[in-house]
Design a protein around this ligand. Structure first.
Ligand code: GLN
Length: 549
């Protein structure tokens, strides 16, 4: 597209959790399918500088970008939908905005002025919004504002949007996502909360251009006209967003409602190609018409909150679709696994995945799960802490190192098979000691990993402090656990495998962050395949569901 980058803002009203991230990602997908270049950014109104230090119970998974930023899980959706990498610039928090402004103030950059929310905080927000646009590679920057309009925390963001709309005019557009609650007593959807939410936005000086209305039931006749009249928008700009079977249906539902066309016409873009969603539809067809199903256990300590393992769950779904198989995830609480109950809890599984994590809680349960997978030759994938636990388990139960442990769990262990890297020991600040982002890895010829990746040199994303302790490397190899992936610079172990097992792989990195609809991750594809070989049930009565759109 010629001309300047267009900025699209997505705000939310009435309640949180309406799915702004999925709507943003779906719009981005539709624009991308028409040949435009798009990126999505999330503005989070909390004071944490990034979500890296937040407990997953608070915030769900922390998504890690190629450049090592710890970000909101919505960035995972953006990457999975678009198959385009995001970066540190794609997630900005109030904490980061204030930190930058205060640092500038300390350096005297405000030349003695009183530093205020308007204009200094709002200027900082506007500059972060435009950083991506200034790269000159995007036709569209979609900026999603976290929280709900009317919250104290999001006021400076809405004010920054008001200013940008004023300054940029036709290059900006605002989409407001609201809820149409359903009253079962009268069997009606109600528009009043939407009207109030738009009023709230108007009182802050922002007139939304498009309203996306989340609803459990189809909108009644005349409802779009009513909303349009009360909220000063065109009827075609009132978009119905019904609950979907899967998030991957939402782009097609938005296409049917004409969201992308309204966006383009409001931004004055009249010439554009048809959307090519061939790959997307192909994925949906396979995802919705599995020929078999397979049970895979996901062992972790935050399983009550599924969002804590969002990328892993999605990667398993992508891999399931690639294998035309439905992956039934059994969520298994590592805290509750013991030597006594492990065979009852895991006995019926065809694959066991042990999840990443921090801290001591649930560790012994994870180790029990791994012992069970190893001894019973059940396909096993250990990710990050899951891989470290596999090393500990092997040390304790195969090599006789009864005290084998990670120094994260026991700093004084006699056998610190997992330990902190020497050059990280000096870094005191908790947020600063992690190995974050993409690092290269060399894969050993003849290994299972080599057949899976089909290449020698890979890169994968990391988020951890502790590593395989290389002083034990030879002893492990002799005992049957081999390091088959090594970081070429630091000689750090990236992948371990057990030879005498049909499929046993531990990875120090996080393959789940790289899995997208367009490119399901080979490790997950192969793991699901191994689980299917172990045992899967054919689905005979499966109805062929045509992907819509
Ligand atoms: N707690 C471990 C470490 O810091 C593993 C981290 C993870 O699983 N992401 O090394």
């Amino acid at each position: 597209m010629t001309g300047s980058t267009k900025y699209i803002f997505v705000t939310g009203g009435v309640t949180s959790s309406l799915g702004k991230g999925i709507i943003s990602a779906s719009l981005a997908k539709l624009l991308q399918a028409r040949g435009f270049t798009v990126t999505i950014q999330k503005l989070d109104p909390y004071i944490n500088v990034d979500p890296g230090t937040m407990n997953p119970y608070e915030h769900g998974e922390c998504f890690v970008t190629e450049d090592g930023a710890e970000t909101d899980l919505d960035l995972g959706h953006y990457e999975r939908f678009l198959d385009v990498h995001t970066s540190k610039a794609n997630n900005v928090t109030t904490g980061r905005i204030y930190q930058n402004v205060i640092n500038k103030e300390r350096r005297g950059e405000y030349l003695g002025k009183t530093v205020q929310v308007i204009p200094h905080i709002t200027d900082e927000i506007k500059s972060h919004i435009q950083v991506l646009g200034r790269r000159g590679i995007y036709d569209f920057v979609i900026t999603e504002v976290g929280g709900t309009v009317g919250d104290i925390e999001s006021l400076p963001y809405v004010e920054a949007i008001r200013q940008l709309k004023w300054q940029k005019g036709k290059d900006c557009l605002t989409i407001h996502l609201t809820l149409l609650p359903y009253l079962s007593t009268t069997g009606e959807l109600k528009t009043k909360p939407t009207q109030h939410s738009v009023k709230e936005l108007l009182s802050l000086g922002v007139q939304p251009d498009i309203l996306v209305c989340r609803t459990e039931h189809p909108m009644q006749k005349g409802m779009k006209e009513k909303i349009a009249l009360f909220c000063n928008v065109d009827t075609t700009s009132v978009i119905e967003s019904r609950d979907a079977d899967t998030i991957y249906d939402v782009p097609l539902m938005m296409q049917q409602e004409g969201l992308d066309q309204v966006v383009l016409s409001k931004l004055g873009i009249d010439a554009y190609p048809d959307a090519d969603l061939t790959h997307w539809n192909d994925f949906l067809r396979r995802f919705k018409n599995p020929t078999a199903e397979v049970n895979i256990g996901l062992v972790g300590k935050y399983v009550e909150l599924r969002d804590a393992y969002k990328s892993i769950k999605e990667a398993l779904d992508h891999a399931g679709a690639a294998n035309e198989s439905k992956v039934n995830i059994q969520w298994i609480h590592s805290d509750k696994l013991t030597a006594k109950n492990v065979s009852k809890r895991l006995g019926s599984l065809s694959g066991i995945l042990v999840a990443p994590g921090f801290g001591h809680r649930g560790i012994e349960g994870k180790i029990e799960a791994i012992k069970f997978a190893r001894e019973n030759k059940i396909p096993f994938l250990g990710i990050c802490l899951g891989m470290q636990c596999a090393v500990i388990e092997f040390g304790r139960n195969v090599m006789g190192l009864s005290e084998a442990n990670s120094t994260e769990m026991n700093a004084d262990t006699k056998d610190p098979v997992i330990a902190m890297m020497e050059n990280q020991k000096d870094v005191e600040d908790k947020g600063g000691t992690m190995r974050l982002g993409a690092y290269p890895c060399k894969i050993t010829e003849g290994s299972l990993a080599r057949t899976i990746y089909k290449k020698k040199d890979i890169t994968e994303r990391h988020r951890h402090r502790y590593e395989f302790n290389n002083t034990y490397l030879n002893a492990y190899k002799k005992a049957g656990m081999e390091a088959t992936g090594i970081n070429p610079e630091g000689k750090l172990v990236e992948i371990v495998e057990i030879k005498d097992h049909p499929w046993f792989v531990g990875v120090q990195f996080h393959p789940e962050y790289r899995s997208t609809v367009a490119k399901p991750h080979p490790l997950f594809i192969n793991f699901v395949k191994a689980a299917m070989d172990q045992g899967s049930t054919p689905i005979e009565t499966a109805e062929v569901t045509e992907a819509t759109g």
